[in-house]
Design a binder for this molecule. Structure first.
Ligand code: ZN
Ligand code: ZN
Length: 344
């Protein structure tokens, strides 16, 4: 077996699979990119050739426009593809629609890049499939023991309780445009909310794309042209950057909420004036990270974009080898900074 330290390298463009001649989620334009999912820090424009799951390819076209994605090639779940000397497959990551793990096999060794992932069931995308491997490269956005996400249904129930309590106020909930927004809509539908859900304009095109890809969101209406009176007692979804600005103030005495894993940190909610913090995340929490490390049975864990140290300590307590993979350029779509560009 040829150990991945000899064939997976961190270059300025990102993680490079040398015998396959491709990068995974490169942060700079490259000839051949394999893209785990369509969030803007992972799927960037300007590559010559892109391999992704079919849904990710569609969502990239919606977000970037047809001409900017590079030549798109798609690969279904579990379909093997030989790229150079590497056998490559994609498996669902459970993060957002189309999100994939990249499975690479070379000379008797299997390495898996998780991309962003979660284990909590999400009705808007295929669930994470654990793949046994020799090296597992995991994200660690919420890689601290304090991060334990509650059940999303419980958070949705809090939102609906607030709507019942304040029937004359609009409830505006900040949410990332790709994934979180559609998940909130489906969670609300599953909780019995069958009234129209109103959307800020920045969320419309990705919701339409989800619907075309088979995720039923039912009655969605633009919040911008709706009358103020119609929005009393209504639920309005908007990008996180819009919930506190002038746009939100036109609504009827709004209750301002935000759906993010970071809402677990009370101080963050408070400093941003969030009255109704909803702890709903598309990233694995601490328990899900550890459970996944058990499930994939890899003797070696490489940790990327997040709080690497705590997870590496936990990994070594399990008797496994941990390594911080210093990949730069990945944000966190749950966080304020990267949410604005999704207005496109
Ligand atoms: Zn992501
Ligand atoms: Zn990420």
């Amino acid at each position: 077996m040829t150990h991945p330290t000899t064939w997976l390298r961190v270059l300025p463009q990102g993680l490079f699979c040398e015998p396959g001649g491709f990068f995974v989620d490169p942060i700079r334009p490259v000839d051949r990119a394999v893209i785990t999912h369509a969030h803007s820090d992972h799927a960037r424009p300007g590559h010559a050739s892109v391999l992704a799951s079919p849904a990710t390819a569609t969502l990239m076209q919606v977000r970037m426009g047809e001409g900017r994605t590079g030549a798109l090639h798609t690969l279904g779940w579990g379909e093997p593809l030989t790229v150079g000397d590497v056998r490559l497959t994609l498996q669902p990551a459970g993060h957002v629609l189309g999100s994939a793990q990249v499975v690479m096999e070379y000379e008797g060794c299997r390495a898996v890049v998780s991309g962003d992932y979660k284990r909590c069931p999400d009705p808007t995308c295929d669930g994470f499939v654990p793949v046994q491997c020799d090296v597992f490269i995991t994200e660690a956005t919420f890689g601290l023991p304090v991060f334990r996400h509650p059940k999303p249904q419980k958070e949705i129930a809090r939102l609906l309780a607030s709507v019942a309590l304040f029937p004359d106020r609009s409830h505006i909930v900040g949410c990332y445009a790709l994934g979180k927004c559609q998940r909130l809509v489906v969670l609300l539908r599953e909780a019995g909310w069958d009234r129209p859900i109103y959307l800020h304009g920045a969320l419309a095109s990705l919701c339409a794309a989800y619907q075309r890809l088979g995720v039923a969101l039912r009655d969605l209406r633009p919040a911008t042209i709706a009358a103020r009176e119609e929005l009393r007692g209504a639920i309005v979804l908007a990008p996180p950057s819009a919930v506190q600005d002038r746009w939100a103030r036109r609504l009827a005495d709004p209750v301002v909420g935000l759906a993010s894993g970071w809402m677990r940190v009370r101080q963050r909610a408070k400093s941003r004036g969030i009255e109704l913090p909803l702890v709903i995340s598309d990233h694995a929490d601490w328990d899900e990270l550890l459970r996944t490390i058990d499930d994939v049975q890899a003797p070696e864990i490489w940790v990327t974009h997040g709080r690497e140290e705590a997870l590496i300590r936990a990994v070594s307590l399990k008797g496994l080898k941990g390594r911080a993979l210093r990949l730069i350029g990945y944000g966190d779509e749950d966080d304020e900074g990267v949410s604005i560009d999704d207005a496109a």
